[in-house]
Ligand binder design. Structure first.
Ligand SMILES: NC(=O)c1ccc[n+]([C@@H]2O[C@H](COP(=O)([O-])OP(=O)(O)OC[C@H]3O[C@@H](n4cnc5c(N)ncnc54)[C@H](OP(=O)(O)O)[C@@H]3O)[C@@H](O)[C@H]2O)c1
Length: 225
């Protein structure tokens, strides 16, 4: 079994690599900081900056040339800008949307050719509680949260379009996890969940969740609403 994970040098992505290697899977990690990732015989690391569209397509091409089938795709890479709405520049907006929605959109589009060939494949999009309608929203996160909202809806669209292709797609909308991104969004805040715990949850869901869910946008959070 082969899993592709984007955003892999730190935080939840780094722990996802460990989870899947411990489960004896072949892992392809896409990272803009490849030197920070520890080598392993079952791990292939591909360097890419997903804020550049052409790199998204180039990575997908590389994977298609060397891999017969991808069983799990986890679109985990994301970037966050924390600024008041009125201060968000076109460049802040574009860089956020490039990494958080354009990259997973086209990366998934390119990889579906080699998914669901011999067994049901699972696309897991990592969104945020901020990317669900009706959840609490926080000042400063308009670009980030709206990009995550787009990823949540994309998941519903994918489930519909791919329903005859032996590929299920689901979206996990995470609450707070202690990572660099959380520090950037909420300096000084300590979450109850660490990246390893969240990676365990996401990993198990990626392995089995497609047998129970398709096109679902699922909150994974201790907070209410
Ligand atoms: N932590 C939370 O509280 C929280 C809450 C809700 C949702 N999430 C979501 O969980 C996922 C993982 O986030 P995290 O908390 O682990 O944050 P993180 O530590 O900041 O990690 C984000 C990852 O995204 C990748 N990335 C960022 N810009 C990139 C670019 N231009 N090209 C390629 N990769 C890029 C980086 O990977 P490389 O360094 O390998 O390139 C980095 O490892 C994200 O989708 C995030 O939105 C997190």
């Amino acid at each position: 079994m082969t899993v592709v994970i984007t955003g892999a040098s730190r935080g939840i992505g780094k722990e996802l690599i460990n989870f899947f290697l411990e489960n004896n899977m072949h892992v392809i990690a896409v990272s803009s900081n490849p030197t920070k990732i520890k080598a392993h015989s079952q791990l292939k690391i591909i360097s890419a900056d997903f804020s550049h569209s052409e790199e998204v397509f180039a990575v997908a091409d590389k994977i298609k040339k060397t891999t017969k089938e991808v069983n799990i795709l986890i679109n985990n890479a994301a970037t966050l800008v924390s600024k008041p709405f009125k201060d968000i520049s076109v460049s802040d907006f574009e860089s956020t949307y490039k990494v958080n929605i354009e990259a997973p959109f086209f990366f998934t589009q390119q990889l579906i050719d080699i998914m669901g060939i011999t067994k049901m494949a699972h696309i897991v999009n990592i969104s945020s509680m901020g990317g669900i309608t009706g959840s609490a929203k926080f000042a400063g996160l308009s670009a980030y949260s709206s990009s995550k909202g787009a990823l949540s809806i994309l998941t519903e669209c994918l489930a519909e379009e791919l329903k005859d292709k032996n590929i299920h797609a689901n979206c996990l909308c995470l609450g707070a996890v202690n990572t660099e991104m959380l520090k950037q969004a909420f300096p000084g805040y300590q979450a109850d969940v660490n990246p390893k715990q969240m990676a365990q949850y996401i990993g198990n869901f990626a392995l089995d969740g497609h047998n129970y869910f398709n096109g679902k946008v699922l909150p994974v959070s201790l907070s209410t609403p």
